[in-house]
Design a protein around this ligand. Structure first.
Ligand code: V47
Length: 385
């Protein structure tokens, strides 16, 4: 039975999707304003399966957040703190080394991001990157958001080009997608007034792409932004991707309100519903025709919704992570990491095919028979410091 009949409000859009024709801003607003989640999922899944079939990507990774001291202090964030805050920390090189030593021998990626700490010069980060490469030369370093790169330009009085050249020479391999938040000036000024602008975030990613670095992209939603702001955000990413082709994946991130200033200012706001999360994932898959992957960050949406999202446009779940801090500071109820066997099971139980990838989406493994005994992986596999 055809879900989108000739008289369905999406009939024209569905035709375009099947012809692989680009959707307009108006199309995007129509999609995101609709509650017909079945039709949205049908179209998004069509694109997802055309691109990737049943494949669902994940990687074996670990997060390191070297400091939570942040001078930007975005109202939506519960991770960053002032220098004098009792919870403030900056890891010493010994602490960083210890964390590198704890990384799973099978991991292919370390994801390093932190606060905009004004006391740390670029050599602190260069030393971290060099230490990772010294101890684990084959580990891919995905580190430092466009916002952190912009912060380094001010602290070190360097251009973004110089900052990136220094970091690449020290071992930086690619950049994560954080810091994009919502590009539109109005909501951005409400949720993160002192942060790098949307235009500057895009400019830094463009510079990185031109240097041959691949990067990811994100969008923080479900705070004060409008539905039009979400589509505007996706279209700005799509336009940059047309120019550079440097984005690997798009990760919609729903805002978690606990312990944030934003919830004090706007007490009516609340964590997104699963319904809203699925709509954003589906619309992203339909609008971002030139970005290969749509990631649902299981740590953030939860395991059950992540499984469902694999039928609404998402083809990637991120990794087993271990020691996630940003979402857990803001009330995330998910575990702080997942053993590879559980991630594989989660994907299989959703009726999809697990594919372990590296950061650049090269296939690392598709045979998990040694892990699949139908049992939960032992807790010892997940050492959280
Ligand atoms: O930029 C911070 C978001 C981002 C909150 O590139 C919050 O592979 C919700 O970008 N509620 C950092 N969101 C995380 C991130 C990321 C995660 C996983 C993989 C990748 C990747 C990137 O988290 C921030 C911001 O948008 N964030 N605080 C909060 N309270």
């Amino acid at each position: 039975m055809e879900i989108i009949t000739k008289d369905h409000p999406f009939a024209e859009i569905w035709e375009k999707v099947q012809r692989e024709e680009r959707l307009t801003f108006e199309d995007g607003v129509k999609l995101i304003s609709s509650n017909d989640i079945t039709a949205l999922g049908h179209m998004a899944n069509y694109v997802r399966e055309k691109k990737h079939g049943d494949k669902t990507f994940f990687n074996t990774n670990r997060h390191i957040n070297p400091t939570n001291i942040c001078q930007t202090l975005c109202d939506f964030c519960a991770f960053g703190v002032r220098m004098k805050d009792p919870a403030a920390y900056t890891m010493t090189m010994e602490e960083i080394e210890h964390r590198i030593d704890m990384i799973d021998p099978e991991a292919t990626e370390v994801h390093i991001v932190g606060g905009n700490n004004p006391a740390l010069r670029i050599d602190y980060y260069e030393n971290i990157l060099r230490k990772v490469k010294e101890k684990r030369p084959n580990l891919h370093i995905k580190a430092l958001t466009g916002v952190e790169i912009d912060h380094f330009t001010r602290v070190n009085k360097m251009s973004a080009e110089e900052v990136l050249d220094r970091l690449v020479a020290a071992g930086l391999d690619s950049m994560p997608g954080g810091g994009a938040e919502i590009f539109a000036d109005e909501p951005r000024s409400v949720i993160c007034d002192h942060k790098t602008s949307g235009d500057r975030w895009l400019e830094i990613h463009e510079i990185a792409h031109k240097k041959g670095l691949r990067t990811n992209s994100t969008m923080l939603y479900n705070h004060v932004e409008s539905l039009e702001d979400r589509i505007d955000h996706m279209i700005r990413l799509r336009e940059l991707q047309d120019k550079t082709g440097g984005f690997q994946t798009f990760i919609p991130l729903s805002w978690h309100p606990d312990n944030t200033e934003l919830i004090k200012k706007f007490p009516h706001l609340h964590i997104s519903t699963g319904f809203e999360d699925l709509k954003v994932i589906a619309v992203a898959r339909l609008m971002l025709d030139n970005i290969d992957h749509i990631k649902t960050y299981w740590m953030q949406v939860g395991e059950k919704l992540a499984q469902t999202a694999l039928w609404f446009g998402a083809d990637d779940l991120d990794g087993n992570v271990v020691e996630e801090k940003i979402y857990h500071a803001a009330g995330a109820q998910t575990s702080q990491g997942m053993a590879k066997a559980d991630l594989v099971k989660l994907i299989r139980d959703a009726g999809r095919m697990p594919v372990e990838r590296d950061t650049l989406y090269n296939v690392v493994n598709t045979d998990f028979s040694h892990l699949e005994k139908g049992k939960k992986a032992p807790v010892e596999e997940l050492t959280v410091l």
